[in-house]
Ligand binder design. Structure first.
Ligand SMILES: *Cc1c(COP(=O)(O)O)cnc(C)c1O
Length: 219
């Protein structure tokens, strides 16, 4: 199947409230352009350098999402153009994004990455750290970032019950934040679900899925 066909068949089956991020990491610009020509405008990358190179070469109406782990010293390379940063999991990083956004006269939208998987290796905050961050006075001083929701990755397993449990857990944290407008004014995005588990993620309340290999093929 072609990239355009893969893309459209996924897109046509997504509920209206779910946004598709086409994860194009490692893929050449020609592949991304095929998705672009088929109407896709949101692309996700996990390396800042690669995203910046693609941004330079591609049409400027694309929204670029950083979905990978972010190194503080590289934030400056994406600050002029990135549209959403999914993997924010420390105050230090948030502070750096704020600083670079200010230099570019922008407000950059961010998602806080939550640790929901069993594996030790996956990045993210636990609920206590989330609470501490959002209620700290230091956070309230950051005027050039806007936290618009949460992101999480389930354990890499075939056990659907386990994945479901983790997604439901993330959704419950998301719902709790949404009901506390005093803590987060703009909490509308729940980024969860990849090629292998996005249908389950949507059942569990996802509003944004990050799909790579089902669109562009294996990496
Ligand atoms: C690579 C990646 C994806 C997409 O994975 P696929 O299995 O190819 O759909 C989604 N989210 C993150 C954070 C990724 O790094």
């Amino acid at each position: 199947m072609s990239i355009a066909k893969n893309l459209l068949s996924i897109k046509n089956n997504l509920p209206e409230q779910v946004t598709l991020v086409a994860v194009s990491k490692t893929k050449p610009v020609a592949d991304l352009m095929e998705a672009y020509e088929a109407g896709q405008r949101i692309f996700g990358e996990n390396k800042i350098q690669e995203m910046a190179e693609k941004w330079e070469q591609m049409p400027k109406d694309i929204q670029w999402h950083m979905i990978g782990h972010v190194q503080t010293n590289k934030v400056k390379f994406m600050a002029p153009f990135v549209s959403l940063i999914h993997g924010v999991d420390s105050f230090k990083l948030l502070k750096e994004i704020n600083k670079q956004a200010a230099k570019n006269n922008r407000v950059i939208d961010c998602l806080l990455q939550m640790h929901i998987a069993e594996e030790e290796t996956k990045f993210g905050l636990d609920e206590k750290e989330l609470d501490t961050l959002l209620t700290s006075s230091d956070y309230l001083e950051l005027k050039n970032i806007r936290i618009v929701g949460l992101m999480g990755m389930a354990t890499f397993t075939d056990n659907q019950d386990q994945i479901k449990k983790e997604f439901m857990h993330l959704n419950s944290i998301f719902k709790k934040l949404q009901s506390h407008k005093d803590i987060l004014k703009h909490c509308s995005i729940l980024s969860m679900g990849m090629s292998g588990d996005y249908k389950l993620a949507i059942e569990c309340g996802s509003t944004m899925v990050r799909i790579g290999s089902s669109i562009f093929g294996t990496r």
